[in-house]
Design a protein around this ligand. Structure first.
Ligand SMILES: Cc1cc2nc3c(=O)[nH]c(=O)nc-3n(C[C@H](O)[C@H](O)[C@H](O)COP(=O)(O)OP(=O)(O)OC[C@H]3O[C@@H](n4cnc5c(N)ncnc54)[C@H](O)[C@@H]3O)c2cc1C
Length: 503
């Protein structure tokens, strides 16, 4: 049976991909069903990109445990999987007696959780750590860091794929039925033109094990598995991205003193040299709306300027937002990560609910934990051919002069710049298109190479990239998509349609 798998993972975000990679260490047939056209289109690509220290979570919680574990192993993971990670530290800045009390509590909690090196710093030291920051004292967490969430997720997914995991994009799970020996899963294409389950474009998969790693849709998939009653609310956070000239002014993320449930609006340096400002926290019921209203942008800039004064309108280059799937109890209290197998309701289904922050930091240990739960119930032989090492696309912009010359000598396409702002070459675009997961959209190229992410936001290079996609994949112009099904870049040739040869 073609569509039979030992394990099917629903959701190709950072957590589904970490689970897939971990399970690929064993001799099992694994598929990931993802409703979007690529990994990382939802929460995993829409966050602060901070590798948290683990001090902000209740002692004994899974959030604390996995965050501390994930933080500790991030240097090794970055080396093995070739993604950008910078252990730059982070400060939580305070001014009042109440702030100091809260920071002391946070430090005690962090020490109990196993966060390393936390200490209070006075105003002078705070200014040595982050020049121009506004505040009287801070808690410094030297173990915190930043990564590129796209690179991280793509790296996990590519490595899973290289080790035999099959990714099915544009496969939205629309029904799950229990049957003898496992599950029958029905999918349909996502986006405009979608079909009801069983309709045209619908596919059936069968498996022994299912993993629900559906992020914002965890409650819906849980329900399909027969596990009812989870209340998952969305907390939407908006961000501004500032021009690269601000990056050198911010050596590490600067946060205000957190409350028990919200980290506050912070400024964060990125691995590519920009600065992000955000997020606010707005309860939402629409999990598909990612717009950022102008008044929210003003609010973010105003709030963050009280911490760090370098935020200017002329430096805004883009905004984005993400939505946290928070699992809450009947009183609205936010709960810990839930990772369970409910033998009585859905045997052989691992159900992950409420994988909000710090899900990015925690993804690798969560993957290991999920694999462990499955292996406790069914033993699989080791996959002796498993190779944990993945090589990413060499980034011309990050290379020094000698490395650039070597890249060009090995492949002359490194000598042709396609994206001027981010200095992305033709060789990088072609490698992104030919990557193991198969990239079919402009957005897929963007997150792998950073082309179109610079000041001009693709004004110069988008058409050239579209042409490369067209040539490489043998597509018609009208088949080139921005990100989702139906998000066509071209609707036809103006001259042909108008019937005027020479206009
Ligand atoms: C504003 C914000 C800031 C954050 N900051 C941080 C931070 O600094 N550090 C940190 O550690 N964490 C942070 N997080 C949390 C982190 O981003 C998430 O915990 C993590 O990305 C969750 O990964 P995931 O794979 O569970 O979810 P997702 O990335 O949402 O992946 C789930 C996937 O399932 C797919 N899917 C859903 N339904 C179906 C279906 N029916 N069929 C097929 N596929 C389906 C979706 O398309 C999606 O790709 C932040 C989150 C937000 C929103």
């Amino acid at each position: 049976m073609d569509n039979y798998y030992d394990i099917i993972i629903i959701g190709g975000g950072v957590i589904g991909s970490a689970v897939a990679r971990e399970l690929a260490r064993y001799q099992v047939k694994i598929a990931v069903l993802e409703k979007n056209l690529d990994v990382c289109y939802e929460t995993s690509g829409r966050n602060s990109a901070v590798v948290h220290g683990g001090f902000a979570y209740d002692e004994g919680s899974l959030k604390a445990r996995f965050c501390v574990e994930g933080n500790r192993e991030m240097d090794a993971a970055a080396k093995e999987l070739d993604f950008a990670f910078l252990r730059c530290g982070k400060v939580l800045v305070g001014n009042t007696d109440e702030d100091m009390e809260q920071l002391k509590k946070t430090m005690i909690q962090g020490e109990k959780n196993g966060s390393r090196g936390l200490r209070l710093v006075d105003e002078a030291e705070l200014h040595r750590l982050v020049p121009a920051v506004v505040g009287k004292f801070a808690m410094f967490s030297p173990a915190s860091g930043i990564l590129d969430p796209f690179e991280f997720t793509v790296a996990l997914a590519e490595n899973a794929c290289q080790n035999g995991v099959r990714y099915y994009f544009d496969h939205e799970v629309s029904a799950i039925e229990r049957e003898s020996g496992g599950y029958k899963i029905t999918t349909r294409p996502e986006g405009p033109g979608e079909t009801p389950a069983g309709g045209k474009g619908s596919e059936v998969f069968r498996c022994r094990w299912v993993v629900n790693a559906a992020g914002l849709n965890c409650g819906v998939i849980s329900h399909m598995l027969g596990i009812k009653g989870y209340r998952v609310i969305g907390s939407k956070g908006d961000y501004l991205i500032l021009d690269k000239k601000t990056g050198p002014l911010l050596p590490m993320p600067v946060y205000p003193v957190p409350s028990n449930t919200y980290m506050g609006i912070h400024v964060t340096n990125t691995t590519s040299g920009n600065v992000t400002v955000g997020p606010n926290a707005e309860l939402v019921t629409d999990f598909a709306y990612y717009g950022v209203p102008r008044e929210n942008m003003d609010y973010l800039a105003e709030s963050a300027s009280r911490l760090w004064p370098h935020i200017r309108k002329e430096d805004y280059i883009r905004n984005y937002s993400g939505i946290l799937p928070k699992w809450v109890d009947e009183n609205g209290k936010i709960q810990d990560f839930k990772i369970e197998i409910r033998e009585e309701l859905a045997p052989r289904a691992v159900n992950l609910v409420g994988m909000e922050s710090p899900g990015l930091t925690s993804a690798i240990p969560i993957g290991r934990y999920v694999a462990g739960m499955i292996r406790e119930r069914e033993s699989f032989p080791e996959n002796k051919a498993f190779n944990p090492v993945r090589k990413g696309i060499p980034h011309f912009q990050r290379a020094d002069e000698r490395e650039r010359q070597a890249l060009i000598a090995a492949d002359p396409d490194f000598g042709e710049l396609i994206c001027r702002c981010e200095q992305v070459t033709k060789a990088e675009i072609l490698r992104a298109i030919r990557n193991p997961l198969g990239v079919s959209t402009l957005s897929g190229i963007k997150v792998r190479t950073r082309a179109m992410m610079g000041r001009c936001q693709g004004g110069y290079c988008q058409m050239r990239i579209a042409k490369l996609l067209q040539e490489e994949l043998g597509l018609r112009k009208t088949e080139i998509l921005h990100n989702r099904t139906g998000s066509r870049l071209f609707f036809g040739d103006i001259r042909e349609e108008a019937g005027h040869e020479n206009t």
